[in-house]
Design a protein around this ligand. Sequence first.
Ligand SMILES: C[S@@+](CC[C@H](N)C(=O)[O-])C[C@H]1O[C@@H](n2cnc3c(N)ncnc32)[C@H](O)[C@@H]1O
Length: 220
Amino acid sequence: MSGTTAAAEFWEARYADADRIWSGRVNAVLADVAATLTPGRALDLGCGEGGDALWLAQQGWRVTGVDLSPTAIERARAAAAAAGIRTADLHLEAGDLATWQTTDAHDLVSASFLQSWPVVIPREEILHRATGFVAPGGHLLVVAHAGAPSWADPEMARTHPFPTPEGDLAALQLDASRWEVLACERRERSITAPDGSPATLDDSVVLVRRMGERRARMVP
Ligand SMILES: C[S@@+](CC[C@H](N)C(=O)[O-])C[C@H]1O[C@@H](n2cnc3c(N)ncnc32)[C@H](O)[C@@H]1O
């Protein structure tokens, strides 16, 4: 079985096994970054149940969200319909980002926690491919868990290849004459652990900007 097939089966089974996995809320780093940008076209890589993609659409972005799991995409579509988001503003698609293609250029490409454990995905290749989806003047944001939470399966802490900001930046393989690095750092985030106790998580944050003039915003 190929790595991607195994990941597709793993994630589909994981989503199918529960009514909902994630909170449905936007990820904090994405919200902070997007708040500094003028809305345009956005692409959410590994959008899961759509927390980020729906939020972006509600902020005036025209969004495409892609995820390996058809169940997650169906769930995101249902949440978008319930929130009254127009399909013209949010396109959700099941696809494998190792091969997925688009001819659209995006003002913001975001990968929030595009990680897979215990089944590995070709993450570095996917991140490198993502640079090709960014419009001149556009931004690419990669946010990842940089370490296991305190309550995680010890096997995960031992075997999951947790990303580092430097590693993710290197994976992008940027041409320094065409890209500006705006952030490459670890950020600590306070959260509530499943048992209700306060805890912290380490995020790896990489934000880069493709040089060039951003085009005028399209009118739908
Ligand atoms: C940890 S979840 C994060 C989901 C979402 N971004 C969020 O923050 O709630 C990782 C997601 O990446 C998706 N994924 C993993 N490999 C993928 C691939 N090759 N192509 C598309 N999506 C993928 C999984 O299906 C899963 O929904």
